[in-house]
Design a protein around this ligand. Structure first.
Ligand code: FAD
Length: 637
């Protein structure tokens, strides 16, 4: 397998423009003859479907929910970055590029990240034109706030509901194309396999989640925008339906998987409160604009927060990182919260929490101002915890949130299977070892609105192929494999529920491949996951039948994939003998307990090639070259 990133030559700032000019175009009449499948209707998939259909392609769009509007993107809270520099506070495309490269701990491609920063400004224009109600200043200018890892305010937002509003914008554009007959929408469909013919992606096998029927869909190219895999950990801030199955089916068919161990743990989530909890809730990073993070100075201090005087509070982020304070990047803030709790300074019943306190901001700006910025987040917090954050500090703890790893893609967002493009959180492309806040929405929309329309055209213009047909033997083979697996899952009739296996997998991953990692623990986890997976296929209990709506069966398929993927994640973490960003291996740390990279040996993307059931995947490296930024020890002091 060759990993050719296809990064164009030339100066960084001119690469994308030049590349766009050099990419081949499909003439308007021919576009109508090309069929494209888009899997996913989150921000990446909805924006891609709408834009490709507007260009004239025939698009078929799939999602597992009953409406595109229920994609997980709707949960995004805090905002979306762009280098508009409306605040005149020193921002620029270069600064957004630099912050993102540094935030990712120098484990992403310069050319991709620069393009992302360039396109960020177009995204805001596009969304404003669609009517997305971004917050505005008194004079009408779009408002901005700050997110972690940046000293400028460049995050555009719509209260704490930015994802929802952006998705409604993309959904509006998608609906227009559905009405125009250019997009055929298939809701309640789950892609279970990728069909590859003569080495090219030519279609998918999807299960109708209501009737249980297996469907074959052929196309000239497949675009995967199926989101991230944080739910491998069972407890995460992701929507319950988020899964790895579409990406993993593609991996099994030859798409390389990049950096699977790069998982973002978000510092500000509502802490776990019970064994049978199935979901964690994020409290947006935007709260760290005004909120102050602290714990009692003394581990023995059990007083309620309002009785602990200022002098006996440890504002540990402000003290340790005076330049960035509470707005250090997520990986740094998460580890520091863990360290405080490990020292016994955690608060709340479980002692696995720190305070996020908005008291000073409420006193300074008034309750109304704070409510306008964060009101819906405060309501959410109160509903879940029965505590009023206007009166008492929130309690927060890190939780799994986002996955920087994903299917490997080149500069054109094409995977190692020609004709399979991967967008949004499902690809690995732009965030390196740690994603900065408000940059996932930016990346998903850059991929969907502004990159794929060019790069897929180049692929289609250069490909000479007959129209794929659903009666091709490859479709029958794939469909048969999917059917066999479904029958197997239903026939086991074991004693443990799917959730029980999933919960145990999550626990293994969280304890051994979570916020911190050690070689010994990773080796242990690898064995535990392999054993759990073996038990799953002998002892899982999946009720009902395959003929109709069966959520237990849906989950079983997803958990089976998470189990296999969990091993890959751990293998990847074991291979990377350094610390970088979210991948904090305790054996590699600076004297100040920060991540210690090894640029000489690990300045690369790790990409894994599937080699069949029971065989070890093959490891490949894509070296990362830095011509424009100097690799430095990341510092936020
Ligand atoms: C609580 C929360 C808050 C966040 N806030 C922010 C923020 O403020 N700013 C920011 O930049 N980022 C934020 N993020 C991250 C961001 O929301 C996501 O990374 C982003 O929305 C992912 O978009 P996507 O289009 O790639 O995937 P998703 O929105 O996850 O969409 C995936 C789509 O794929 C479909 N799908 C999945 N599997 C299959 C299958 N097998 N077959 C068919 N369809 C399938 C689903 O139905 C869905 O339509 C937040 C994340 C969380 C969890």
């Amino acid at each position: 397998m060759q990993l050719d990133s296809k990064i164009p030559d030339g100066p960084l700032s001119e690469k994308w423009d030049r590349h766009r000019f050099e990419l081949k175009l499909v003439n308007p009449a021919n576009k109508t003859k090309s069929k494209i499948i888009v899997v996913g209707t989150g921000l990446a998939g909805a924006s891609a479907s709408a834009t490709l259909a507007e260009l004239g392609y025939e698009v078929m769009t799939f999602c597992i929910q009953d409406s595109p509007r229920r994609a997980h993107s709707i949960a995004a809270q805090g905002g979306i970055n762009a280098a508009k520099n409306y605040q005149n506070d020193g921002d620029s495309i270069w600064r957004l590029f630099y912050d993102t490269i540094k935030g990712g701990d120098f484990r992403s491609r310069e050319a991709n990240v620069y393009r992302l920063a360039q396109i960020s400004n177009n995204i805001i224009d596009q969304c404003v034109a669609q009517g997305v109600p971004f917050a505005r200043e008194y004079g009408g200018q779009l408002a901005n706030r700050s997110f972690g890892g940046a000293q400028v305010s460049r995050t555009f937002y719509a209260r704490g509901q930015t994802g929802q509003q952006l998705l409604l914008g993309a959904y509006g554009s998608l609906s227009r194309q559905i009405a125009a007959g250019k997009v055929r929408l298939f809701t309640r469909r789950e892609m279970l396999d990728l069909v590859v013919i003569d080495g090219k992606a030519r279609g998918i096998i999807a299960r109708n989640l209501v009737s249980g029927e297996l469907e074959k869909h052929a196309a000239d190219a497949v675009v995967l925008a199926s989101g991230g895999y944080g739910n491998a950990f069972y407890l995460s801030t992701n929507a319950m339906g988020s899964n790895i199955s579409a990406a993993f089916a593609s991996y099994r068919k030859g798409a390389s998987f990049a950096n699977p161990c790069f998982v973002q743990i978000h510092p500000t989530c509502i802490p776990v409160h019970g064994t049978y909890q199935s979901k964690l809730t994020l409290m947006s990073e935007s709260l760290r604009n005004d909120g102050r993070v602290w714990v009692p100075r003394s581990p023995e201090d059990r007083r309620p927060p309002d009785q602990i005087p200022e002098t006996e509070r440890d504002y540990y982020l402000e003290e340790k990182y005076p330049r960035f304070g509470n707005l250090v990047p997520r990986d740094v803030a998460s580890r520091r919260a863990k360290v405080q709790c490990d020292m016994g300074k955690g608060v709340g019943g479980t002692r696995l929490a720190v305070y996020l306190d908005l008291k000073d901001a409420i006193e300074k700006d008034g309750r109304d101002v704070i409510a306008r910025k964060y009101g819906n987040l405060f309501e959410m917090y109160e509903k879940i915890t029965a505590q009023d954050p206007y009166e008492t500090p929130m309690m927060i703890y890190p939780a799994v949130h986002y996955t920087m790893g994903g299917l490997w893609v080149d500069y054109n967002l094409m995977s190692t299977i020609p004709g399979l493009f991967v967008l949004g959180e499902a690809n690995f492309s732009d965030h390196g070892a740690n994603r900065l806040g408000a940059s996932a929405l930016m990346q998903g929309l850059a991929d969907g609105y502004f990159i794929i329309p060019y790069s897929i055209g180049d692929y289609l213009a250069k490909s000479s192929h007959d129209t794929a047909r659903e009666d091709h033997s490859a479709f029958n083979e794939s469909s048969l494999q999917v059917e066999t697996r479904i029958k197997k899952l239903l026939s086991i009739g074991g004693k443990r529920t799917v959730d029980d296996f999933h919960r145990e997998l999550g626990h293994i991953l969280w304890e051994n491949c979570g916020m911190t990692r050690k070689e010994k623990d990773l080796k242990k986890a690898k064995k535990l996951i392999a054993d759990l997976r073996a038990e799953f296929w002998e002892n899982v209990l999946v009720g009902g039948t395959g003929k109709g709506f069966n959520q237990s069966l849906e989950k079983a398929g997803r958990v089976a994939d998470f189990l296999q993927f969990g091993e890959l994640m751990v293998m990847d973490a074991l291979e990377r003998k350094e610390s970088c960003g979210c991948h904090f291996n305790e054996d590699f740390q600076t004297d100040e307990h920060e991540a210690l990279r090894d640029d000489e040996n690990f300045c690369h993307v790790s990409a894994w090639e599937y080699r069949g059931e029971g065989s070890k995947p093959k490891f490949h490296k894509e070296p990362l070259e830095f011509e424009n930024v100097e690799l430095t020890q990341r510092s936020y002091k």
